[in-house]
Ligand binder design. Sequence first.
Ligand code: ZN
Length: 322
Amino acid sequence: MQTVSDTQPRCSFCCSTALQLKLGPVSRHGEKYSVYFCPECRIGITWPRPDGQTLARLYAPGEYRADQGKRFIAPIEFLFELHKKWLIWRISSSMNSGRMLDVGCGSGFLASLFAGAGWDVTGVERDDDTAIHARETYRIAVVTDIDDARGPFDLIMVNHVLEHLDDPLRMLEKSRELLAPGGKLIIAVPNFSSLQAMVGGAGWFHLDMPFHLYHFSEQGLVGLLHKAGFSVVESSHADWIQNIYGWLQSLLNRVGISHNALYDLLRMKGRGISVSAWISLLCCLWAVPLAMFGICIERVCRTGGVVRCSAVVSDEKREILK
Ligand SMILES: [Zn+2]
């Protein structure tokens, strides 16, 4: 394992410079990026860190999200909808509805489902146009900065958002301040220590550099939550869409198919992909049973491609805040 010198990347959380080069450099979106991992915090960082101009270009409308916040062809959007309804059913079966904050609400669809289940919902979406779309389409309250959210909230959801943020710890601390007494934070991130991440390497689908600025292991996420004043009450790797697709696309990437070609097809970019690419993908149906096998191993070993934690304000933090 290579160790970087003082002139190289520094951990955002403990300031250590003794980081390990885990993978890269790999070419993504016209630049070369690597993952450096802090063995103390168990969290990786994307390096070099893309500047504001680069991020603005990457997140431009039509690039990261298609119009109206929908990114995929109709059958995939339907599967996402089913998954989100299942998630809400699980949450609603363990707690009463109340005030809920959806951090990184995007088009507002998940938030609207919570509203339909009886929750009083506020969304946070930093992209102005997407926030307007969410307000106008679903009639939900949306702010563009978490600092503008007015708590307290009984539930805060941070679903596949933390890895995109410049300062994840600050966002977690802000979430803690906004939680009502007895409130719950539910947070999900890709699992950098998963089996599919190990097998996929630089081709792991959920690596998604440079959109993902951080790469969390389960230990890393739990540690950061603790640092922000939370205590984790439950963690799981159950996310069947992200886990299955993570395996499938990572295997295809691994054998040298054009990077994320299937993903681009499913994102309605099919017109930009040649007939031969379509044929190549059809020839890769072998990856489906392998992906299912990978899912089974991950389930047994508890190393799924996603880690989801439920957390409450820790007793120590509650004592300090009294
Ligand atoms: Zn660190």
